[in-house]
Design a protein around this ligand. Structure first.
Ligand SMILES: Nc1ncnc2c1ncn2[C@@H]1O[C@H](COP(=O)(O)OP(=O)(O)O)[C@@H](O)[C@H]1O
Ligand SMILES: [Mg+2]
Length: 270
């Protein structure tokens, strides 16, 4: 099979003419793959713009999901190829994110945001027990909602067709139900701290940072404008979301930056 994409968790192969196979790394837990299948299926049934998950394959050592194939590019690759499109694509990303949040998970199919965040905060080795207790207690004061949240919404997980009038959201493993303000805060945290591998050329680093900062600015501003959510409402989620992200195996520089952010924000609680 011809490989057409690669992410942190899996490789993507052409499967048939209009289907792809997402083949997870060998050590990846089958339960997480099953979760991605289940969540993608649930949001697809709600009519959201996601590729249909067709089959879960767990008969081989590497688990896989066969998905409907999207004809297009990720927003990230388009932004890097054509920087003039950054503003348009960032605003489209905001519209897309908002359209997910307009739906809710009344049926309770998706895991709950506060539970996911609490679990990750408890599990990180980068915070003290006292810090964890403070953050979790603060988290319990934030709104309880049941809107559809993606949990990893960034421009490499949004695809767009060639004429840029249709988009799809992929990679639903971290889908959850919760407060949209928390889902946008998570995108903010990812976008403000994401780095390229350390051996990338300095010029590419600078180019990437330019894309990242412009995107962050346009996307957040447009999202807040169309959703009516205030910057304060989004900002309130940054502490628990950043703390929970420390539980992911991040590159050292990203972890250091987030630890500093978390420490600064804990100080503001007092
Ligand atoms: N349904 C699809 N159709 C076409 N390309 C896809 C599809 N799903 C994923 N891809 C490609 O594979 C890449 C990685 O997929 P993704 O699901 O985000 O994996 P990961 O969990 O590893 O990030 C995407 O950035 C995209 O280029
Ligand atoms: Mg991805």
């Amino acid at each position: 099979m011809r490989r057409i994409g690669q992410g942190r968790t899996a490789e993507i192969f052409e499967y048939t003419l209009n289907q792809i196979m997402k083949l997870y790394h060998a050590d990846f837990p089958a339960e997480a793959v099953q979760n991605e299948f289940r969540i993608t299926d649930a949001v697809f049934r709600k009519g959201l713009p996601v590729p249909q998950a067709r089959l879960f394959k767990d008969d081989e050592s590497r688990k896989g999901i066969i998905f409907e194939r999207i004809e297009g590019n990720t927003m990230l690759s388009l932004m890097i190829q054509e920087p003039v499109l950054i503003k348009e694509l960032s605003c489209q990303m905001a519209v897309c994110h908002h359209s997910l949040h307009a739906q809710n998970d009344e049926e309770g199919v998706l895991p709950a945001q506060k539970q996911i965040l609490t679990g990750a905060i408890r599990n990180t080795s980068l915070l003290s027990e006292e810090e964890k207790i403070q953050i979790i207690s603060y988290l319990s004061t934030l709104p309880d909602r049941k809107q559809i949240c993606h949990g990893d919404f960034h421009p490499d997980n949004v695809m767009v067709n060639e004429t840029r009038d249709q988009y799809w959201v992929i990679d639903w493993m971290t889908g959850m139900s919760g407060d949209p303000a928390g889902d946008v805060a998570r995108s903010w945290v990812i976008l403000m701290s994401a780095t390229l591998p350390e051996d990338t050329a300095p010029a590419v680093h600078r180019g990437f940072e330019g894309v990242r900062n412009l995107l962050l600015d346009y996307y957040i501003r447009h999202y807040l404008q169309i959703s009516g959510i205030s910057r304060q409402e989004m900002d309130a989620w940054i502490l628990p979301v950043a703390a929970a992200r420390l539980n992911e195996s991040l590159p050292g520089v990203e972890a250091d930056q987030l630890i500093k952010l978390v420490h600064d924000r804990i100080r503001l609680l007092k």
